[in-house]
Write a protein that binds this ligand. Structure first.
Ligand code: TYM
Length: 335
């Protein structure tokens, strides 16, 4: 039987090379082996303040980039989380089975709430319930489709682990109701770091040193050529002592679909300047082609029909799971 593969991208900020190399670029290959649910986590985007028009545009962008990356809507369901109301309904049930203590230990929550406290005036320093309860909704996204495999970058694996805890807890109480999922990380590319500070993750909300998928190819080249490298001249994968070089090696390996060892071997004896130039060439070639396909999809608006059809298909599976859960917990079914 085919595995079920599910992942989501949140439409906050601009998509980065980290999103692409960590997840997006692997999906077309994964698509061939599974039943696939690839969605736009628009409800999750509301967990931090965002302008309505920006949210709408970002959502369209993600749909277009899913398709531009090579996803075939005949082989996967691409949809908006908010179009399948079962996500929110299951969330209302599952929030009772995740605990405040475990939610407050999540790295993403701790990082974001610390940032809000530091950067906002006291009057604006509010932390919404949604960002705290974020992993509950994310767990619902996953279990609704009986997902086996959840391809994510490094930063989301903690949330998938918490989802696994929830599945254990729920099934222990009610029987074998929810399917146990597993995160799947890419060896090269699971944690792409900022080019200006390779000890920090490349993220959608931090424009310095980050490559955005819609950046002009010349800008991408410039950012890579001015990436921070490390002292010494050796090209070696050593995250602790050579974070800058290691990050560039990961970027190259994930872009060319080779192992880190192969990338390391390839660049033996290179000087930093030539090393960066070759990586810039590889990334620019890949992203320019992606951008051309993206522009075509945006112009044709082909994503609209894809999202509509994707939601119809997704709903079929999601509504079955929701029924099973409602029955298990004792909600009366009058059908
Ligand atoms: P999001 O939108 O922050 O990121 C989308 C995916 O990109 C990965 N990623 C990275 N990978 C490598 N290097 C980086 N610098 C980098 N930055 C981001 C993320 O790990 C993620 O896989 N909570 C999720 C969205 C979500 C979801 C889900 C994912 C909602 N429900 C259910 C999987 C399953 C998020 O905010 O991802």
């Amino acid at each position: 039987m085919k595995e079920t593969i599910l992942t989501g991208i949140k439409p906050t900020g601009k998509l980065t090379l980290g999103n692409y190399l960590g997840v997006l670029k692997r999906l077309p290959e994964m698509m061939e082996r599974g039943n696939n649910y690839f969605f736009i986590a628009d409800l999750h985007a509301l967990t931090l303040p965002i302008e309505p028009e920006e949210l709408r545009q970002n959502s369209i962008d993600i749909a277009a980039f899913y398709l531009a990356a090579g996803l075939d809507p005949n082989k996967c369901n691409i949809f908006l989380q908010s179009s399948v109301s079962e996500h929110a309904e299951l969330n209302a049930i599952m929030q009772n089975y995740m605990y405040m203590g475990e939610l407050s230990r999540m790295t993403q929550f701790k990082d974001i709430s610390a940032k809000i406290n530091i950067t906002k005036d006291a009057k604006d320093a509010h932390i919404g319930l949604g960002i705290f309860a974020y992993p509950v909704l994310m767990a619902c996204d996953i279990v609704l489709y009986d997902s086996d495999i959840v391809p994510v970058g490094d930063d989301q694996t903690q949330h998938v682990e918490l989802c696994r805890d929830l599945v254990n807890r729920f099934n222990h109480r009610y029987g074998d109701i929810l399917k146990m999922p597993k995160a799947e990380k890419r060896k090269a590319g699971a944690r792409i770091m900022s080019l200006s500070d390779p000890t920090k993750k490349m993220s959608k909300s931090d424009p310095k040193g980050d490559i955005f998928l819609k950046d002009d190819p010349n800008v991408i080249r410039k950012k890579i050529m001015s990436a921070v490298t490390d002292s010494g001249s050796e090209i070696k994968y050593d995250v602790d002592n050579k974070p800058g070089v290691s990050n560039l090696l990961s970027i190259y390996a994930a872009t060319k679909n080779v192992s880190i060892e192969d990338a390391e071997n390839h660049f033996q004896g290179y000087r930093y300047g030539d090393f960066k130039k070759e990586i810039a060439d590889a990334v620019v070639e890949d992203i320019s082609a992606l951008q051309a396909r993206y522009r075509h999809i945006i112009e044709s608006k082909s994503y609209e029909q894809v999202l509509k059809q994707g939601a119809i298909e997704a709903k079929k599976t999601a509504s079955n799971t929701l029924k099973r859960v409602k029955q298990a917990v004792g909600l009366l079914n009058l059908d």
